[in-house]
Design a binder for this molecule. Structure first.
Ligand code: PEP
Ligand code: MG
Length: 613
Protein backbone atom coordinates (compact mmCIF):
# COMPACT_ATOMS: atom_id res chain seq x y z
CA UNK A 1 0.00 0.00 0.00
CA UNK A 2 2.54 2.54 1.09
CA UNK A 3 5.86 2.99 -0.57
CA UNK A 4 9.07 2.84 1.42
CA UNK A 5 11.29 5.86 1.86
CA UNK A 6 14.17 4.11 0.17
CA UNK A 7 15.90 6.06 -2.59
CA UNK A 8 14.62 5.32 -6.07
CA UNK A 9 16.86 3.89 -8.78
CA UNK A 10 20.44 5.08 -8.53
CA UNK A 11 22.30 4.89 -11.74
CA UNK A 12 25.67 6.22 -12.91
CA UNK A 13 25.47 8.81 -15.72
CA UNK A 14 25.81 7.31 -19.17
CA UNK A 15 24.87 8.44 -22.63
CA UNK A 16 21.33 7.68 -23.67
CA UNK A 17 21.05 4.17 -25.14
CA UNK A 18 24.79 3.55 -24.68
CA UNK A 19 25.67 0.06 -23.43
CA UNK A 20 28.38 -0.79 -20.89
CA UNK A 21 30.98 -3.27 -22.15
CA UNK A 22 29.69 -6.81 -21.58
CA UNK A 23 32.28 -7.71 -18.91
CA UNK A 24 32.35 -4.37 -17.00
CA UNK A 25 31.25 -4.82 -13.34
CA UNK A 26 27.65 -3.63 -13.05
CA UNK A 27 27.02 -0.98 -10.39
CA UNK A 28 24.70 -1.53 -7.41
CA UNK A 29 21.23 -0.06 -7.97
CA UNK A 30 18.64 0.41 -5.26
CA UNK A 31 14.98 0.61 -6.24
CA UNK A 32 11.81 1.01 -4.22
CA UNK A 33 8.56 -0.82 -4.81
CA UNK A 34 5.55 -2.03 -2.87
CA UNK A 35 6.15 -4.71 -0.23
CA UNK A 36 3.82 -7.57 -1.15
CA UNK A 37 4.90 -10.82 0.42
CA UNK A 38 7.37 -11.04 3.32
CA UNK A 39 10.81 -12.60 3.26
CA UNK A 40 14.10 -11.82 1.54
CA UNK A 41 15.17 -13.36 -1.76
CA UNK A 42 18.77 -13.34 -2.96
CA UNK A 43 19.42 -14.87 -6.38
CA UNK A 44 20.09 -14.39 -10.07
CA UNK A 45 17.55 -12.51 -12.17
CA UNK A 46 15.45 -14.73 -14.41
CA UNK A 47 13.39 -13.53 -17.31
CA UNK A 48 14.05 -9.78 -17.13
CA UNK A 49 12.88 -8.27 -20.41
CA UNK A 50 12.77 -11.54 -22.31
CA UNK A 51 9.60 -13.48 -21.65
CA UNK A 52 9.24 -16.39 -24.02
CA UNK A 53 6.70 -16.02 -26.81
CA UNK A 54 6.39 -19.19 -28.80
CA UNK A 55 4.30 -18.65 -31.89
CA UNK A 56 2.26 -21.55 -33.12
CA UNK A 57 2.13 -20.95 -36.90
CA UNK A 58 -1.43 -20.77 -38.12
CA UNK A 59 -2.92 -20.32 -41.62
CA UNK A 60 -6.27 -18.62 -42.05
CA UNK A 61 -9.08 -18.52 -44.61
CA UNK A 62 -9.59 -15.36 -46.70
CA UNK A 63 -12.80 -14.71 -44.69
CA UNK A 64 -10.73 -14.48 -41.49
CA UNK A 65 -8.57 -11.58 -42.70
CA UNK A 66 -10.75 -8.83 -41.13
CA UNK A 67 -10.84 -10.67 -37.76
CA UNK A 68 -7.06 -11.18 -37.70
CA UNK A 69 -6.45 -7.57 -38.73
CA UNK A 70 -8.76 -6.44 -35.90
CA UNK A 71 -6.81 -8.62 -33.45
CA UNK A 72 -3.57 -7.04 -34.62
CA UNK A 73 -5.06 -3.55 -34.22
CA UNK A 74 -6.25 -4.37 -30.70
CA UNK A 75 -2.76 -5.63 -29.78
CA UNK A 76 -1.22 -2.44 -31.17
CA UNK A 77 -3.58 -0.28 -29.09
CA UNK A 78 -2.83 -2.34 -26.00
CA UNK A 79 0.94 -2.19 -26.59
CA UNK A 80 0.78 1.56 -27.11
CA UNK A 81 -1.14 1.96 -23.84
CA UNK A 82 1.42 -0.14 -21.97
CA UNK A 83 4.36 1.81 -23.36
CA UNK A 84 2.74 5.21 -22.82
CA UNK A 85 2.07 4.25 -19.24
CA UNK A 86 5.64 3.05 -18.80
CA UNK A 87 6.91 6.33 -20.26
CA UNK A 88 4.73 8.36 -17.88
CA UNK A 89 5.99 6.44 -14.87
CA UNK A 90 9.65 7.11 -15.65
CA UNK A 91 9.18 10.49 -13.95
CA UNK A 92 9.87 8.87 -10.58
CA UNK A 93 13.38 7.82 -11.65
CA UNK A 94 16.44 10.04 -11.27
CA UNK A 95 17.10 12.21 -14.33
CA UNK A 96 20.08 10.22 -15.62
CA UNK A 97 18.03 7.01 -15.55
CA UNK A 98 15.20 8.73 -17.36
CA UNK A 99 17.62 10.00 -20.00
CA UNK A 100 18.73 6.44 -20.62
CA UNK A 101 15.37 4.70 -20.71
CA UNK A 102 13.01 7.29 -22.26
CA UNK A 103 14.56 7.30 -25.79
CA UNK A 104 14.30 3.52 -25.87
CA UNK A 105 10.59 3.64 -25.09
CA UNK A 106 10.11 6.40 -27.67
CA UNK A 107 11.74 4.15 -30.25
CA UNK A 108 9.33 1.35 -29.32
CA UNK A 109 6.37 3.72 -29.57
CA UNK A 110 7.47 4.79 -33.04
CA UNK A 111 7.65 1.18 -34.12
CA UNK A 112 4.00 0.60 -33.32
CA UNK A 113 3.00 3.74 -35.20
CA UNK A 114 2.76 3.71 -38.99
CA UNK A 115 5.95 1.66 -39.24
CA UNK A 116 7.27 -1.03 -41.52
CA UNK A 117 6.55 -3.61 -38.80
CA UNK A 118 2.87 -2.69 -38.63
CA UNK A 119 2.38 -2.24 -42.40
CA UNK A 120 4.29 -5.44 -43.17
CA UNK A 121 2.34 -7.48 -40.61
CA UNK A 122 -1.00 -6.29 -42.01
CA UNK A 123 0.14 -7.18 -45.52
CA UNK A 124 1.21 -10.67 -44.46
CA UNK A 125 -2.20 -11.35 -42.89
CA UNK A 126 -3.92 -10.39 -46.15
CA UNK A 127 -1.43 -11.83 -48.68
CA UNK A 128 0.12 -14.85 -46.96
CA UNK A 129 -3.15 -15.70 -45.15
CA UNK A 130 -1.59 -16.24 -41.74
CA UNK A 131 -2.74 -15.38 -38.21
CA UNK A 132 -1.82 -12.01 -36.70
CA UNK A 133 0.87 -13.51 -34.43
CA UNK A 134 2.41 -15.48 -37.31
CA UNK A 135 2.47 -12.28 -39.41
CA UNK A 136 4.13 -10.23 -36.65
CA UNK A 137 6.68 -12.97 -35.98
CA UNK A 138 7.60 -13.30 -39.69
CA UNK A 139 7.77 -9.55 -40.26
CA UNK A 140 9.93 -9.05 -37.15
CA UNK A 141 12.37 -11.73 -38.33
CA UNK A 142 12.47 -10.20 -41.82
CA UNK A 143 13.21 -6.67 -40.55
CA UNK A 144 15.85 -7.88 -38.08
CA UNK A 145 17.55 -9.98 -40.80
CA UNK A 146 17.52 -7.02 -43.23
CA UNK A 147 19.09 -4.76 -40.60
CA UNK A 148 21.87 -7.24 -39.92
CA UNK A 149 22.54 -7.67 -43.65
CA UNK A 150 23.18 -3.96 -44.26
CA UNK A 151 26.62 -3.01 -45.71
CA UNK A 152 29.56 -3.73 -43.41
CA UNK A 153 30.81 -0.12 -43.35
CA UNK A 154 27.67 0.81 -41.41
CA UNK A 155 27.59 0.91 -37.58
CA UNK A 156 27.29 -2.81 -36.60
CA UNK A 157 26.54 -2.12 -32.90
CA UNK A 158 23.78 0.30 -33.90
CA UNK A 159 22.31 -2.22 -36.33
CA UNK A 160 22.33 -4.93 -33.69
CA UNK A 161 20.64 -2.57 -31.24
CA UNK A 162 17.91 -1.64 -33.76
CA UNK A 163 17.34 -5.33 -34.56
CA UNK A 164 16.98 -6.03 -30.81
CA UNK A 165 14.46 -3.21 -30.53
CA UNK A 166 12.38 -4.60 -33.41
CA UNK A 167 12.44 -8.06 -31.80
CA UNK A 168 11.43 -6.59 -28.44
CA UNK A 169 8.43 -4.78 -29.88
CA UNK A 170 7.49 -7.86 -31.91
CA UNK A 171 7.54 -9.91 -28.71
CA UNK A 172 5.31 -7.39 -26.95
CA UNK A 173 2.77 -7.47 -29.80
CA UNK A 174 2.78 -11.26 -29.82
CA UNK A 175 2.41 -11.43 -26.07
CA UNK A 176 -0.60 -9.14 -26.26
CA UNK A 177 -2.02 -11.14 -29.17
CA UNK A 178 -1.65 -14.54 -27.59
CA UNK A 179 -2.11 -13.42 -23.97
CA UNK A 180 0.46 -16.15 -23.46
CA UNK A 181 1.35 -16.75 -19.85
CA UNK A 182 5.06 -16.89 -19.22
CA UNK A 183 5.24 -20.60 -19.86
CA UNK A 184 9.03 -20.51 -19.68
CA UNK A 185 8.45 -20.61 -15.91
CA UNK A 186 8.74 -24.35 -16.23
CA UNK A 187 12.42 -23.83 -17.09
CA UNK A 188 12.98 -21.44 -14.24
CA UNK A 189 16.28 -22.35 -12.57
CA UNK A 190 16.12 -23.20 -8.89
CA UNK A 191 16.85 -20.26 -6.59
CA UNK A 192 16.25 -17.62 -9.28
CA UNK A 193 14.33 -14.37 -8.83
CA UNK A 194 11.69 -13.67 -11.45
CA UNK A 195 11.85 -10.10 -12.74
CA UNK A 196 9.39 -8.80 -15.33
CA UNK A 197 7.37 -5.76 -16.25
CA UNK A 198 4.06 -7.22 -15.11
CA UNK A 199 2.69 -10.54 -14.00
CA UNK A 200 -0.91 -11.67 -14.48
CA UNK A 201 -2.69 -13.73 -11.82
CA UNK A 202 -2.71 -16.64 -14.28
CA UNK A 203 1.09 -16.38 -14.64
CA UNK A 204 1.52 -16.32 -10.87
CA UNK A 205 -0.55 -19.50 -10.62
CA UNK A 206 2.11 -21.29 -12.70
CA UNK A 207 4.99 -20.51 -10.36
CA UNK A 208 6.54 -23.25 -8.28
CA UNK A 209 7.28 -21.74 -4.85
CA UNK A 210 9.66 -24.56 -3.95
CA UNK A 211 12.01 -23.52 -6.79
CA UNK A 212 11.53 -19.78 -6.96
CA UNK A 213 13.47 -17.47 -4.61
CA UNK A 214 11.38 -14.35 -5.20
CA UNK A 215 9.49 -12.08 -7.59
CA UNK A 216 9.82 -8.41 -8.47
CA UNK A 217 7.89 -6.47 -11.12
CA UNK A 218 7.60 -2.93 -12.47
CA UNK A 219 3.79 -2.94 -12.38
CA UNK A 220 1.09 -4.05 -9.98
CA UNK A 221 -0.81 -2.93 -6.90
CA UNK A 222 -0.71 -4.27 -3.37
CA UNK A 223 -4.17 -5.87 -3.26
CA UNK A 224 -4.49 -7.05 -6.87
CA UNK A 225 -4.90 -10.75 -7.51
CA UNK A 226 -1.27 -11.22 -8.54
CA UNK A 227 -0.24 -9.85 -5.13
CA UNK A 228 -2.73 -12.15 -3.43
CA UNK A 229 -1.38 -15.18 -5.35
CA UNK A 230 2.21 -14.36 -4.43
CA UNK A 231 1.33 -14.01 -0.75
CA UNK A 232 -0.53 -17.30 -0.99
CA UNK A 233 2.55 -19.00 -2.41
CA UNK A 234 4.68 -17.52 0.37
CA UNK A 235 7.18 -16.18 -2.15
CA UNK A 236 9.06 -12.97 -1.16
CA UNK A 237 7.74 -10.37 -3.59
CA UNK A 238 7.84 -6.68 -4.45
CA UNK A 239 5.50 -5.21 -7.09
CA UNK A 240 5.16 -1.72 -8.55
CA UNK A 241 8.90 -1.00 -8.83
CA UNK A 242 9.34 1.62 -11.57
CA UNK A 243 12.33 1.10 -13.89
CA UNK A 244 13.06 -2.41 -12.59
CA UNK A 245 12.97 -4.47 -15.78
CA UNK A 246 15.12 -1.88 -17.53
CA UNK A 247 17.68 -1.89 -14.68
CA UNK A 248 17.92 -5.65 -14.04
CA UNK A 249 19.27 -7.94 -16.73
CA UNK A 250 19.12 -11.73 -16.87
CA UNK A 251 21.83 -13.21 -14.65
CA UNK A 252 22.36 -10.07 -12.51
CA UNK A 253 22.37 -10.80 -8.79
CA UNK A 254 19.34 -9.26 -7.09
CA UNK A 255 18.04 -8.84 -3.54
CA UNK A 256 14.28 -8.55 -3.09
CA UNK A 257 12.98 -7.63 0.34
CA UNK A 258 9.28 -8.43 0.34
CA UNK A 259 8.79 -6.91 3.79
CA UNK A 260 10.10 -3.41 2.98
CA UNK A 261 9.76 -3.18 -0.81
CA UNK A 262 13.49 -2.58 -1.30
CA UNK A 263 15.07 -4.13 -4.39
CA UNK A 264 18.83 -4.05 -4.99
CA UNK A 265 20.29 -5.03 -8.35
CA UNK A 266 23.95 -6.13 -8.31
CA UNK A 267 24.33 -5.67 -4.55
CA UNK A 268 27.79 -4.79 -3.23
CA UNK A 269 29.41 -6.90 -0.47
CA UNK A 270 27.94 -4.81 2.36
CA UNK A 271 24.39 -4.93 0.99
CA UNK A 272 24.72 -8.66 0.45
CA UNK A 273 25.92 -9.25 4.03
CA UNK A 274 23.03 -7.14 5.36
CA UNK A 275 20.54 -9.11 3.22
CA UNK A 276 21.89 -12.41 4.57
CA UNK A 277 21.41 -11.17 8.14
CA UNK A 278 17.83 -10.19 7.25
CA UNK A 279 17.19 -13.72 5.91
CA UNK A 280 18.25 -15.18 9.27
CA UNK A 281 16.15 -12.69 11.24
CA UNK A 282 13.08 -13.46 9.11
CA UNK A 283 13.50 -17.21 9.67
CA UNK A 284 13.73 -16.62 13.44
CA UNK A 285 10.54 -14.58 13.40
CA UNK A 286 8.74 -17.34 11.48
CA UNK A 287 9.80 -19.84 14.15
CA UNK A 288 8.38 -17.58 16.83
CA UNK A 289 5.06 -17.42 14.99
CA UNK A 290 5.00 -21.20 14.58
CA UNK A 291 4.79 -21.50 18.38
CA UNK A 292 1.44 -19.67 18.31
CA UNK A 293 -0.07 -22.43 16.21
CA UNK A 294 -1.37 -24.51 19.08
CA UNK A 295 -2.68 -21.57 21.17
CA UNK A 296 -6.39 -20.72 20.86
CA UNK A 297 -7.60 -17.71 18.87
CA UNK A 298 -9.14 -16.02 21.88
CA UNK A 299 -9.08 -12.42 23.07
CA UNK A 300 -7.48 -11.53 26.40
CA UNK A 301 -11.01 -11.37 27.91
CA UNK A 302 -11.94 -14.80 26.60
CA UNK A 303 -13.94 -14.13 23.40
CA UNK A 304 -13.41 -16.79 20.73
CA UNK A 305 -12.50 -15.56 17.26
CA UNK A 306 -12.52 -17.62 14.08
CA UNK A 307 -9.32 -17.34 12.05
CA UNK A 308 -9.53 -19.04 8.67
CA UNK A 309 -7.42 -19.13 5.54
CA UNK A 310 -8.07 -17.95 2.01
CA UNK A 311 -7.07 -20.49 -0.62
CA UNK A 312 -5.99 -19.54 -4.14
CA UNK A 313 -4.21 -22.74 -5.17
CA UNK A 314 -4.28 -26.34 -3.88
CA UNK A 315 -0.51 -26.02 -3.34
CA UNK A 316 -1.37 -23.95 -0.27
CA UNK A 317 -3.04 -26.76 1.66
CA UNK A 318 0.10 -27.72 3.65
CA UNK A 319 0.71 -24.04 4.51
CA UNK A 320 -2.85 -23.74 5.80
CA UNK A 321 -2.37 -26.74 8.07
CA UNK A 322 0.94 -25.34 9.35
CA UNK A 323 -0.58 -21.93 10.04
CA UNK A 324 -3.23 -23.42 12.34
CA UNK A 325 -6.18 -21.93 10.43
CA UNK A 326 -9.63 -23.17 11.47
CA UNK A 327 -10.84 -23.99 7.97
CA UNK A 328 -11.06 -22.07 4.71
CA UNK A 329 -13.07 -18.86 4.75
CA UNK A 330 -12.63 -18.15 1.05
CA UNK A 331 -11.71 -20.67 -1.62
CA UNK A 332 -11.19 -18.59 -4.76
CA UNK A 333 -12.17 -21.20 -7.35
CA UNK A 334 -10.64 -19.28 -10.28
CA UNK A 335 -7.49 -21.44 -10.21
CA UNK A 336 -9.50 -24.38 -11.52
CA UNK A 337 -10.29 -22.44 -14.67
CA UNK A 338 -6.92 -20.81 -15.34
CA UNK A 339 -4.21 -21.73 -17.86
CA UNK A 340 -6.29 -24.20 -19.84
CA UNK A 341 -8.20 -24.32 -23.10
CA UNK A 342 -11.33 -26.08 -21.86
CA UNK A 343 -13.56 -25.63 -18.83
CA UNK A 344 -13.37 -28.13 -15.95
CA UNK A 345 -16.39 -30.46 -15.85
CA UNK A 346 -18.45 -31.40 -12.78
CA UNK A 347 -16.33 -34.41 -11.87
CA UNK A 348 -13.02 -32.59 -12.13
CA UNK A 349 -14.34 -29.76 -9.97
CA UNK A 350 -15.86 -32.22 -7.48
CA UNK A 351 -12.54 -34.07 -7.09
CA UNK A 352 -10.70 -30.83 -6.39
CA UNK A 353 -13.23 -29.53 -3.86
CA UNK A 354 -13.37 -32.92 -2.22
CA UNK A 355 -9.58 -32.99 -1.82
CA UNK A 356 -9.76 -29.65 -0.04
CA UNK A 357 -12.71 -30.69 2.14
CA UNK A 358 -10.94 -33.94 3.10
CA UNK A 359 -7.71 -32.07 3.88
CA UNK A 360 -9.60 -29.74 6.24
CA UNK A 361 -10.74 -32.79 8.23
CA UNK A 362 -14.03 -31.42 9.55
CA UNK A 363 -13.15 -27.71 9.52
CA UNK A 364 -15.49 -25.66 7.30
CA UNK A 365 -14.67 -24.78 3.68
CA UNK A 366 -16.33 -21.80 1.98
CA UNK A 367 -16.21 -22.23 -1.79
CA UNK A 368 -16.76 -19.11 -3.84
CA UNK A 369 -18.20 -19.73 -7.30
CA UNK A 370 -16.23 -18.42 -10.26
CA UNK A 371 -15.36 -14.73 -10.06
CA UNK A 372 -14.31 -14.07 -13.65
CA UNK A 373 -13.67 -10.54 -14.84
CA UNK A 374 -11.67 -7.51 -13.84
CA UNK A 375 -7.99 -8.44 -13.94
CA UNK A 376 -8.70 -12.18 -13.77
CA UNK A 377 -8.11 -13.72 -17.20
CA UNK A 378 -9.55 -17.12 -17.99
CA UNK A 379 -8.60 -18.23 -21.50
CA UNK A 380 -11.04 -21.15 -21.57
CA UNK A 381 -13.96 -18.73 -21.43
CA UNK A 382 -12.64 -17.17 -24.63
CA UNK A 383 -11.77 -20.43 -26.36
CA UNK A 384 -15.21 -21.86 -25.54
CA UNK A 385 -16.81 -18.71 -26.97
CA UNK A 386 -18.48 -17.68 -23.67
CA UNK A 387 -16.91 -14.23 -23.55
CA UNK A 388 -15.36 -12.32 -26.49
CA UNK A 389 -11.61 -12.32 -27.26
CA UNK A 390 -11.31 -8.57 -27.02
CA UNK A 391 -11.88 -7.42 -23.45
CA UNK A 392 -14.48 -4.88 -22.32
CA UNK A 393 -13.26 -1.31 -22.11
CA UNK A 394 -14.02 -1.29 -18.43
CA UNK A 395 -13.84 -4.90 -17.21
CA UNK A 396 -14.09 -4.06 -13.50
CA UNK A 397 -17.56 -2.65 -14.16
CA UNK A 398 -18.54 -5.27 -16.72
CA UNK A 399 -19.71 -8.84 -16.77
CA UNK A 400 -17.91 -9.86 -13.57
CA UNK A 401 -18.64 -12.56 -10.97
CA UNK A 402 -22.30 -13.44 -10.46
CA UNK A 403 -23.28 -11.36 -13.51
CA UNK A 404 -21.50 -13.73 -15.88
CA UNK A 405 -22.77 -16.80 -14.00
CA UNK A 406 -26.39 -15.69 -14.27
CA UNK A 407 -25.99 -14.95 -17.96
CA UNK A 408 -24.37 -18.37 -18.44
CA UNK A 409 -26.27 -20.48 -15.90
CA UNK A 410 -24.73 -23.70 -17.23
CA UNK A 411 -21.40 -22.58 -15.71
CA UNK A 412 -23.04 -22.02 -12.33
CA UNK A 413 -25.02 -25.26 -12.47
CA UNK A 414 -21.92 -27.38 -13.08
CA UNK A 415 -20.03 -25.66 -10.29
CA UNK A 416 -22.90 -25.83 -7.80
CA UNK A 417 -23.40 -29.53 -8.53
CA UNK A 418 -19.72 -30.19 -7.84
CA UNK A 419 -19.86 -28.18 -4.59
CA UNK A 420 -23.03 -29.91 -3.39
CA UNK A 421 -21.41 -33.28 -3.94
CA UNK A 422 -18.22 -32.22 -2.15
CA UNK A 423 -20.38 -31.07 0.76
CA UNK A 424 -21.22 -34.71 1.44
CA UNK A 425 -17.67 -35.08 2.78
CA UNK A 426 -17.58 -32.23 5.28
CA UNK A 427 -18.94 -28.80 6.20
CA UNK A 428 -19.09 -26.62 3.07
CA UNK A 429 -20.61 -23.23 2.31
CA UNK A 430 -21.25 -21.63 -1.11
CA UNK A 431 -20.35 -18.00 -1.71
CA UNK A 432 -21.54 -15.66 -4.50
CA UNK A 433 -19.07 -13.02 -5.82
CA UNK A 434 -19.76 -9.44 -6.99
CA UNK A 435 -23.38 -9.31 -5.91
CA UNK A 436 -25.05 -5.90 -6.19
CA UNK A 437 -28.78 -6.66 -5.98
CA UNK A 438 -31.19 -8.90 -4.10
CA UNK A 439 -32.50 -10.22 -7.43
CA UNK A 440 -29.09 -11.80 -8.14
CA UNK A 441 -29.21 -13.73 -4.87
CA UNK A 442 -32.74 -14.94 -5.54
CA UNK A 443 -31.81 -16.04 -9.06
CA UNK A 444 -28.72 -17.89 -7.77
CA UNK A 445 -30.82 -19.53 -5.03
CA UNK A 446 -33.30 -20.80 -7.64
CA UNK A 447 -30.47 -22.36 -9.63
CA UNK A 448 -29.00 -23.84 -6.44
CA UNK A 449 -32.33 -25.48 -5.50
CA UNK A 450 -32.85 -26.71 -9.06
CA UNK A 451 -29.39 -28.29 -9.17
CA UNK A 452 -30.01 -29.94 -5.79
CA UNK A 453 -33.33 -31.41 -7.01
CA UNK A 454 -31.62 -32.77 -10.12
CA UNK A 455 -28.82 -34.37 -8.10
CA UNK A 456 -31.30 -35.95 -5.68
CA UNK A 457 -33.28 -37.37 -8.60
CA UNK A 458 -30.00 -38.80 -9.83
CA UNK A 459 -29.57 -40.54 -6.48
CA UNK A 460 -26.99 -38.25 -4.82
CA UNK A 461 -27.54 -38.00 -1.06
CA UNK A 462 -27.22 -34.29 -0.36
CA UNK A 463 -27.20 -32.55 2.99
CA UNK A 464 -30.56 -31.44 4.32
CA UNK A 465 -30.87 -28.50 4.67
CA UNK A 466 -28.55 -27.63 1.81
CA UNK A 467 -25.18 -26.04 2.67
CA UNK A 468 -25.50 -22.31 3.46
CA UNK A 469 -25.31 -19.91 0.53
CA UNK A 470 -23.69 -16.56 1.31
CA UNK A 471 -22.94 -13.30 -0.41
CA UNK A 472 -19.70 -11.38 -0.84
CA UNK A 473 -20.12 -7.80 0.31
CA UNK A 474 -17.59 -6.22 -2.01
CA UNK A 475 -19.45 -3.45 -3.82
CA UNK A 476 -20.85 -0.30 -2.24
CA UNK A 477 -24.23 -1.34 -3.71
CA UNK A 478 -24.17 -4.60 -1.75
CA UNK A 479 -22.89 -2.98 1.44
CA UNK A 480 -25.63 -0.36 1.43
CA UNK A 481 -28.31 -2.97 0.64
CA UNK A 482 -26.95 -5.29 3.31
CA UNK A 483 -30.17 -5.13 5.33
CA UNK A 484 -32.14 -6.44 2.33
CA UNK A 485 -29.44 -8.92 1.30
CA UNK A 486 -29.32 -10.28 4.84
CA UNK A 487 -32.90 -11.50 4.40
CA UNK A 488 -31.87 -13.57 1.35
CA UNK A 489 -28.38 -14.77 2.25
CA UNK A 490 -27.22 -17.26 4.88
CA UNK A 491 -23.98 -15.41 5.61
CA UNK A 492 -21.87 -12.44 4.54
CA UNK A 493 -18.20 -12.39 3.61
CA UNK A 494 -16.95 -8.82 3.40
CA UNK A 495 -14.41 -8.46 0.58
CA UNK A 496 -12.60 -5.29 1.49
CA UNK A 497 -10.32 -5.43 -1.57
CA UNK A 498 -13.03 -4.75 -4.11
CA UNK A 499 -15.08 -2.76 -1.61
CA UNK A 500 -12.17 -0.30 -1.32
CA UNK A 501 -11.64 -0.28 -5.08
CA UNK A 502 -15.27 0.43 -5.93
CA UNK A 503 -15.93 2.85 -3.05
CA UNK A 504 -12.90 4.98 -3.87
CA UNK A 505 -12.79 4.42 -7.66
CA UNK A 506 -9.18 3.24 -7.38
CA UNK A 507 -7.97 0.18 -9.31
CA UNK A 508 -6.57 -2.23 -6.73
CA UNK A 509 -3.92 -3.56 -9.14
CA UNK A 510 -2.73 -0.23 -10.49
CA UNK A 511 0.56 1.11 -9.17
CA UNK A 512 -0.11 4.67 -10.39
CA UNK A 513 -3.02 5.13 -7.99
CA UNK A 514 -1.79 2.82 -5.22
CA UNK A 515 -1.30 5.79 -2.89
CA UNK A 516 -5.08 6.46 -3.07
CA UNK A 517 -6.07 2.87 -2.29
CA UNK A 518 -7.01 3.15 1.39
CA UNK A 519 -9.15 0.55 3.18
CA UNK A 520 -9.11 2.88 6.21
CA UNK A 521 -10.91 5.62 4.28
CA UNK A 522 -14.03 6.51 6.30
CA UNK A 523 -16.21 5.68 3.27
CA UNK A 524 -14.93 2.09 3.28
CA UNK A 525 -15.15 1.71 7.05
CA UNK A 526 -18.74 2.99 7.09
CA UNK A 527 -19.67 0.42 4.43
CA UNK A 528 -18.04 -2.35 6.49
CA UNK A 529 -19.86 -1.13 9.60
CA UNK A 530 -23.25 -0.91 7.89
CA UNK A 531 -22.97 -4.44 6.45
CA UNK A 532 -21.67 -5.92 9.71
CA UNK A 533 -24.48 -4.41 11.74
CA UNK A 534 -27.10 -5.62 9.25
CA UNK A 535 -25.78 -9.17 9.68
CA UNK A 536 -25.44 -8.98 13.46
CA UNK A 537 -29.01 -7.70 13.86
CA UNK A 538 -30.21 -10.97 12.29
CA UNK A 539 -27.55 -13.02 14.12
CA UNK A 540 -26.25 -14.03 10.73
CA UNK A 541 -22.57 -15.04 10.38
CA UNK A 542 -20.36 -12.32 8.94
CA UNK A 543 -16.64 -12.44 8.20
CA UNK A 544 -14.00 -10.26 6.60
CA UNK A 545 -12.01 -12.06 3.91
CA UNK A 546 -10.31 -9.18 2.09
CA UNK A 547 -6.69 -8.23 2.76
CA UNK A 548 -7.78 -6.05 5.70
CA UNK A 549 -8.30 -9.25 7.65
CA UNK A 550 -4.61 -10.10 7.28
CA UNK A 551 -3.30 -6.90 8.80
CA UNK A 552 -2.84 -7.34 12.58
CA UNK A 553 -2.86 -3.59 13.07
CA UNK A 554 -6.48 -3.52 11.90
CA UNK A 555 -7.59 -6.45 14.09
CA UNK A 556 -8.71 -4.33 17.10
CA UNK A 557 -10.77 -2.06 14.85
CA UNK A 558 -12.51 -4.97 13.11
CA UNK A 559 -13.15 -6.70 16.46
CA UNK A 560 -14.57 -3.43 17.75
CA UNK A 561 -16.93 -3.24 14.76
CA UNK A 562 -18.29 -6.66 15.72
CA UNK A 563 -16.33 -8.95 13.39
CA UNK A 564 -15.50 -12.32 14.99
CA UNK A 565 -14.49 -14.22 11.87
CA UNK A 566 -11.47 -13.41 9.72
CA UNK A 567 -10.15 -15.14 6.61
CA UNK A 568 -6.72 -14.34 5.22
CA UNK A 569 -3.65 -15.71 3.46
CA UNK A 570 -2.39 -18.57 5.60
CA UNK A 571 0.94 -16.95 6.43
CA UNK A 572 -0.87 -14.06 8.17
CA UNK A 573 -2.82 -16.28 10.60
CA UNK A 574 -0.14 -16.34 13.36
CA UNK A 575 0.35 -12.55 13.28
CA UNK A 576 -3.39 -11.93 13.48
CA UNK A 577 -3.75 -14.55 16.22
CA UNK A 578 -1.17 -12.66 18.25
CA UNK A 579 -3.20 -9.45 17.80
CA UNK A 580 -6.42 -11.23 18.82
CA UNK A 581 -4.81 -12.69 21.94
CA UNK A 582 -3.67 -9.30 23.14
CA UNK A 583 -7.02 -7.57 22.43
CA UNK A 584 -9.80 -6.80 24.87
CA UNK A 585 -13.29 -6.60 23.36
CA UNK A 586 -14.50 -3.60 25.41
CA UNK A 587 -11.38 -1.63 24.55
CA UNK A 588 -11.78 -2.57 20.89
CA UNK A 589 -15.42 -1.40 20.86
CA UNK A 590 -14.44 1.94 22.44
CA UNK A 591 -11.62 2.29 19.96
CA UNK A 592 -13.89 1.51 16.99
CA UNK A 593 -16.42 4.13 18.17
CA UNK A 594 -13.67 6.72 18.30
CA UNK A 595 -12.43 5.79 14.81
CA UNK A 596 -15.92 5.85 13.33
CA UNK A 597 -16.46 9.40 14.63
CA UNK A 598 -13.65 10.59 12.35
CA UNK A 599 -14.13 11.79 8.80
CA UNK A 600 -10.52 12.59 7.97
CA UNK A 601 -8.67 9.60 6.44
CA UNK A 602 -5.32 10.90 7.70
CA UNK A 603 -6.61 11.06 11.29
CA UNK A 604 -7.94 7.51 11.00
CA UNK A 605 -4.59 6.30 9.71
CA UNK A 606 -2.95 7.98 12.66
CA UNK A 607 -5.39 6.48 15.16
CA UNK A 608 -5.34 2.95 13.76
CA UNK A 609 -1.78 2.57 12.62
CA UNK A 610 -0.36 4.62 15.46
CA UNK A 611 -2.53 3.14 18.21
CA UNK A 612 -1.47 -0.48 17.97
CA UNK A 613 2.18 -1.26 17.57
C1 PEP B 1 -12.24 -8.97 -2.04
O1 PEP B 1 -12.63 -8.35 -3.04
O2 PEP B 1 -11.94 -8.44 -0.97
C2 PEP B 1 -12.14 -10.45 -2.10
C3 PEP B 1 -11.87 -11.15 -1.03
O3 PEP B 1 -12.27 -11.02 -3.33
P1 PEP B 1 -11.09 -11.05 -4.42
O4 PEP B 1 -9.86 -10.47 -3.75
O5 PEP B 1 -10.90 -12.44 -4.86
O6 PEP B 1 -11.63 -10.17 -5.50
MG1 MG C 1 -13.43 -9.43 -4.72
Amino acid sequence: MSRTDEPAALRPKRNARARAPEDAPRPERVLAGMPISGGIAIGPVFGAAEPATEVVRRSIEPDDVPTETARLDAAIVQSRKQLTKLRARLGVLPEDSQAEIAPLIDAYLQMIGPSRLVRGSRKRIADALVSAETAVSDETDAIAAALMAMPADDDPAGRRRRADEVREIGRRLIRNLTRAPFRSFTGLPEGAVLVCESLRPADAALLDPSKLAGVATDEGGSDGHTAIMLRALGVPAVLGTPGLSQAAKAGDLIVVDGSTGRVVVNPGPETLAEARRAVTAFARQQQKFARLRRLPAETADGETVELQANLELPAELPLIAQAGAAGIGLLRSEFLFMNRETLPDENEQYETYRTVVDAMAGDPVTIRVLDWGGEKEIEALHSEGIVPEVADHNPALGLRGIRLLLREPALLEVQMAAILRAAQHGPVRVLLPMVTTVAEVRAAREIYDRVARRLRRRGDKLRDPLPPMGVMIETPGAALSADALALEADFFAIGTNDLTMYALAVDRAESDVAHLYDPLHPAVLRLVQFATEAALRLRMPVSVCGEMAANPRLTPLLLGLGIRSFSMNASAVPRVKQAVRSANIDDCARFARKVMEQSDPARIQELVLGAVG
